[in-house]
Write a protein that binds this ligand. Structure first.
Ligand SMILES: Cc1cc2nc3c(=O)[nH]c(=O)nc-3n(C[C@H](O)[C@H](O)[C@H](O)COP(=O)(O)OP(=O)(O)OC[C@H]3O[C@@H](n4cnc5c(N)ncnc54)[C@H](O)[C@@H]3O)c2cc1C
Length: 525
C-alpha cells in the first residue's frame, strides 16, 4: 500500500485524549477498525517493547494500532527482576555503549517519564570473608565506582541515586536484618532503580499511547503478517479482519520467530523465588551474593511490594517451543536458595518459598557459548517481507528500542512522522502528566500511591479503600480501577497483570472471589 503523504492526526473518536482502557472501548475500537482497516503502523505485541513502540508512534502523530494476543504484559515483561539498571554488568564485560544507554534511559525513567513507579534501591554486598574470594571485594568496589561515573556521565543526580559507599556492620544489619552476622565487616552499597512492578510500567505505556490516539487491543492475535498487512483474530468474539498498514513492527519478544520466520532467537530462562519479607527481617535494601566460582554473577534478594522478597536469578538455555508461562525447575530453586543462604544467619528452606516464577529473555541467536554471554543489546531487523522486528534489549531500554524501531519503519516505509519526543513525555501517573491530580492529605495507603502515583486520586473515586482480602494490601478501589481504566477483562488479568497478587497461588485463591464480584459489578454498571 502507499503510505499517507501527510502526518495523520489521531482519530477524534469518543475516547479522544482519554487514557482509559476497558471492555467497552475495546469493542468500539475493534468495530471502528473493521470499518476503516487502514493504519499507518501496526504494532504486534503488548509487552514493554510493543507498548513503548505504540506510544512513540502515536506521539509522533501516526495512526497506530497495537494488538496483543493475550493481555498487556502477558509475556516476559512481567517476569523480570524489576530493576531499572544502570548497566554496571555490561561495563564489566566491556560493553560500554550498552552500559551508557542503560544509564541514560534509567535517568529518563527516574526523572521524567515514570518516577512515580521507581524508587532508588540500595544494593549491598556484605563483607563476609568466606563469601568473597581474595580480591573480589576490591573488584566490586571498582565496579561500583565505575557505576557512579556512568551515572554522572548520564546526568543523573546523586540526590536521586546516591554514590557508592562502605557501611559498617550495624548499618548493614539495619538494612538487611537477616544477614549473617558472624564475621560481618560491613557492606559495600550502590544504588539502582527499582520498579514497584514491571507490568505496571507496561500498562502506563499502553494507557499513555491510547491517550495519544493509539488503538490498544488485547485478546487480538496477529496472523499471516507481512510488511504491510496482517489478519487480526479477536479471540473473545471470534471475528477476524484483515488490516493494511504503512508499516508493521513485530515486538513479540520470544515469539518473534513465530511472527517472522526469518528471526532466530535463543531464549534463556531466568527464575526467581518469592519468600515472605519477614523471613529476612523485612529488608529495605537488596542483598547481593556472589555466585561461587564466578566473578561476574550474583544472586539478589530484592524487597518487593506485597510484603515479599524475590530471590533471583538464573540464566539457563531454554530451547524448544516457547511456553505461555515458563516454569522454574527444581534445580534452579535449589541453586537460588543455596546461594543466598551463604549470606543469611538463618537459612531459607523450601518451606519458606511462597511462589516462584520464570521468564524467557528474548536473546538473539549468535551461535555457541553460554546464554549469559549473549549481548543484551537490542536489534532492529527488516525481514524480506518488509516487516520490522525489534527484539532483545531490556525493560530499562524500552524507550530507545521503540525510538529505533519507529525511526526504521519511518525510513523504510516513508511514513510521515514527527521526530521522537518520548524522553520528555510523562506517562500516566507521572508528575507533569496532564491527568495527575492533587491527593487528599491523609488516608491514601502508601502502597496504592506507589502503584498509581498521580492517578491515585482517580483510583480513590473508583471504590472502597478496604483490602481485597485480609493481609493483602491491594484495595477494592484498585480492583475496580483495573477494570474501568486499566483494560482488565477478566479475573486473571486483575490477579496476574494489574496486581501481582497471583504471584503467590494461595493469595490468588483468597482474593479471587472478591475480584470476581467487583469485576462483575464494574462490567454491569
Ligand atoms: C528473568 C528475567 C529478568 C529480567 N530482569 C530485568 C530487569 O530487572 N531489568 C530490565 O531492564 N530488564 C530485565 N529483563 C529483560 C526484560 O524483561 C525483557 O527484555 C523485556 O521484558 C522484553 O519485553 P518484550 O515486550 O520485548 O517481550 P514480551 O514482554 O514477551 O512481550 C511480547 C508480547 O507479544 C505477544 N504476542 C506474541 N505473539 C503475538 C501475536 N501473534 N499477536 C499478538 N501478540 C503476540 C505476547 O503475548 C507478549 O505479551 C529480564 C528478563 C528476564 C527473562
Amino acid at each position: 500500500m502507499t503510505p499517507p503523504s501527510t502526518p495523520s492526526t489521531p482519530a477524534a473518536g469518543p475516547f479522544a485524549g482519554s487514557s482509559r482502557l476497558n471492555g467497552i472501548r475495546r469493542a468500539v475500537e475493534l468495530d471502528a477498525l473493521a470499518d476503516r482497516p487502514q493504519v499507518d503502523l501496526l504494532v504486534i505485541g503488548g509487552g514493554v517493547t510493543g507498548a513503548g513502540v505504540a506510544l512513540d508512534a502515536a506521539a509522533r502523530g501516526l495512526r497506530t494500532v497495537l494488538v496483543e494476543s493475550r493481555d498487556l504484559a502477558f509475556g516476559t515483561s512481567r517476569w523480570s527482576s524489576k530493576l531499572v539498571h544502570g548497566g554496571l554488568r555490561y561495563l564489566a564485560s566491556g560493553r560500554i555503549g550498552v552500559a551508557r544507554e542503560s544509564a541514560v534511559e534509567r535517568g529518563v525513567l527516574m526523572t521524567r517519564t515514570a518516577p512515580h513507579l521507581i524508587r532508588a534501591l540500595p544494593q549491598l554486598v556484605p563483607l563476609l570473608p568466606d563469601l568473597l574470594r581474595p580480591g573480589q571485594g576490591a573488584l566490586i568496589r571498582a565496579g561500583f565506582h565505575a557505576g557512579d561515573a556512568l551515572r554522572l556521565s548520564a546526568g543523573t543526580p546523586g540526590a536521586l541515586l546516591p554514590r557508592m559507599r562502605r557501611i559498617d556492620a550495624e548499618r548493614t544489619r539495619r538494612l538487611v536484618p537477616g544477614v549473617r552476622t558472624a564475621g560481618l565487616r560491613g557492606a559495600l552499597v550502590a544504588h539502582d532503580g527499582q520498579l514497584v512492578d514491571d507490568a505496571r510500567l507496561v500498562l502506563a505505556l499502553a494507557r499513555t499511547a491510547a491517550q495519544y490516539g493509539a488503538t490498544v487491543l488485547t485478546r487480538v492475535r496477529a496472523e499471516d503478517v507481512t510488511g504491510g498487512s496482517a489478519r487480526l483474530v479477536d479471540t473473545v468474539g471470534g471475528h477476524e479482519l484483515t488490516i493494511r498498514a504503512g508499516a508493521v513492527i513485530n515486538a513479540t519478544g520470544v515469539w518473534a520467530g513465530e511472527v517472522d520466520p526469518s528471526i532466530r532467537l535463543r531464549p534463556s530462562r531466568g527464575t526467581h523465588v518469592l519468600v515472605d519479607a519477614a523471613a529476612l527481617g523485612h529488608p529495605t535494601a537488596a542483598l547481593t551474593v556472589p555466585v561461587p566460582g564466578s566473578t561476574s554473577r550474583f544472586v539478589f534478594a530484592l524487597p518487593q511490594q506485597l510484603g515479599r522478597v524475590a530471590i533471583g536469578l538464573t540464566d539457563e538455555d531454554a530451547p524448544g517451543p516457547v511456553p505461555d508461562e515458563p516454569v522454574p525447575t527444581d534445580g534452579e530453586i535449589g541453586f537460588l536458595l543455596d546461594t543466598v543462604n551463604a549470606a543469611l544467619s538463618t537459612a531459607l528452606t523450601r518451606a519458606d518459598v511462597r511462589g516462584a516464577y520464570a521468564g524467557l529473555r528474548p536473546l538473539i541467536d549468535t551461535g555457541g557459548g553460554s546464554t549469559a554471554d549473549i549481548s543484551r543489546e537490542h536489534a532492529v531487523l527488516e525481514s524480506p517481507s518488509g516487516m520490522v522486528t525489534v527484539v532483545g534489549g531490556k525493560l530499562t531500554t524500552y524507550r530507545r528500542m521503540a525510538e529505533d524501531a519507529v525511526d526504521a519503519a519511518v525510513r523504510l516505509r516513508g511514513l510521515p512522522a514527527r521526530a521522537c519526543w518520548t524522553a520528555r513525555l510523562p506517562l500516566v501517573g507521572a508528575p507533569g502528566h496532564r491527568d495527575s491530580r492533587p491527593l487528599p492529605e491523609r488516608g491514601v495507603p502508601a502502597s496504592l500511591l506507589a502503584r498509581h502515583g498521580g492517578a491515585a486520586a482517580e483510583v480513590l473515586e473508583a471504590g472502597e479503600l478496604t483490602p481485597v482480602a485480609e493481609g493483602i494490601d491491594v484495595t477494592r478501589a484498585e480492583i475496580a480501577y483495573a477494570v474501568t481504566h486499566e483494560g482488565a477483562l477478566d479475573v486473571a488479568d486483575v490477579l496476574h497483570r494489574r496486581t501481582r497478587i497471583g504471584l503467590v497461588a494461595e493469595d490468588a485463591e483468597r482474593a479471587a472471589k472478591a475480584v470476581e464480584e467487583i469485576l462483575t459489578e464494574c462490567q454491569e454498571s
